[in-house]
Design a protein around this ligand. Structure first.
Ligand SMILES: [Zn+2]
Length: 273
């Protein structure tokens, strides 16, 4: 155990989906001179764990937040966590990559969670600009109230730049999509995994250099692309897990213990079964 506690398995749970258009997801799509067309968007939560630790990465959209926007819910993240043996009442560590409704809902269902997020992200969403229409669109007041309450209770750890959460798990702020958008680098027996969250919604964003439509800081979004490409080129990361790409699950091994809805696993640890 002592030798293996800095290696984890990473579980990708697809909890929701929707169909939209390319012009709805790629920023100023008309500049590329290509035809519009349909594109699917999947919604994921991620779990990092080994026999010693369980870390939840993002908490998905709440039932109300998904319904309000017409999203198709495939499984409640709460049910997925329970199915994986996560005790919702326990002081589990939760990384919030950013505070959008589809990543930071359900915080109220984890009353003892210890939350880790970028200081710039928390400050922005609990500050005055979050109420402006272009930002408010992507957040839910009830989720932000739950974050404010967690902060009052001293359950939020903030960081600037990068945060060594545990041996083998680093949270890295890249910004761009939101002021403190973060990614998570995890060491597994199958090599380092980069949970890119919404620094890379679609693999095509990196492959074709096409930023996502909702963006707080476009230069930083491009710089985040560059940083992630360099991490992959150098081998600092070997597996790239996107935030919303429907091809994501198919790139990794299926987690057959969750047959009712699709989930995938990287770096499986047998003792975690
Ligand atoms: Zn998202």
């Amino acid at each position: 155990l002592a030798e293996s506690n800095d290696r984890y398995e990473v579980i990708i749970v697809r909890y929701g989906t929707r169909r939209t258009t390319r012009s709805d997801v790629f920023l100023n799509h008309s500049v590329y001179g290509e035809a519009d067309g349909p594109i699917d968007m999947d919604y994921f939560v991620w779990i990092i764990r080994n026999p010693e630790r369980t870390i939840l990465v993002d908490t998905g959209f709440s039932d109300a937040g998904g319904e309000r926007r017409g999203r198709t819910s495939l499984v409640s993240p709460l049910d997925a966590w329970r199915e994986l043996g996560v005790d919702l009442e326990a002081p589990t560590t939760v990384v919030l990559t950013h505070a959008h409704y589809d990543h930071a809902g359900n915080i109220g269902a984890l009353p003892a969670a210890r939350i880790v997020m970028a200081a710039s992200e928390l400050d922005f969403w609990l500050g005055p600009l979050a109420a402006r229409a272009q930002f408010r669109h992507s957040s839910d007041a009830s989720d932000l109230a739950a974050l404010a309450a967690a902060r009052e209770e001293g359950r939020i750890t903030t960081f600037c730049g990068a945060y060594p959460l545990a041996p083998g798990v680093e949270v890295i702020e890249v910004g761009g999509h939101t002021p403190g958008q973060s990614v998570v680098l995890v060491q597994t027996s199958d090599g380092p995994v980069l949970l890119a969250s919404d620094a890379v919604h679609y693999y095509e964003e990196l492959d074709s250099d096409m930023p996502f439509t909702y963006v707080a800081d476009l230069p930083r979004m491009y710089q985040a692309f560059d940083r992630i490409v360099e991490m992959m080129r150098s081998g600092d990361a070997v597996h790239l897990v996107s935030g919303h790409d429907p091809s994501t699950l198919g790139r990794f091994s299926a987690l057959e213990t969750m047959p009712d809805h699709a989930a995938a696993i990287i770096g499986r640890i047998p003792e975690c079964r």
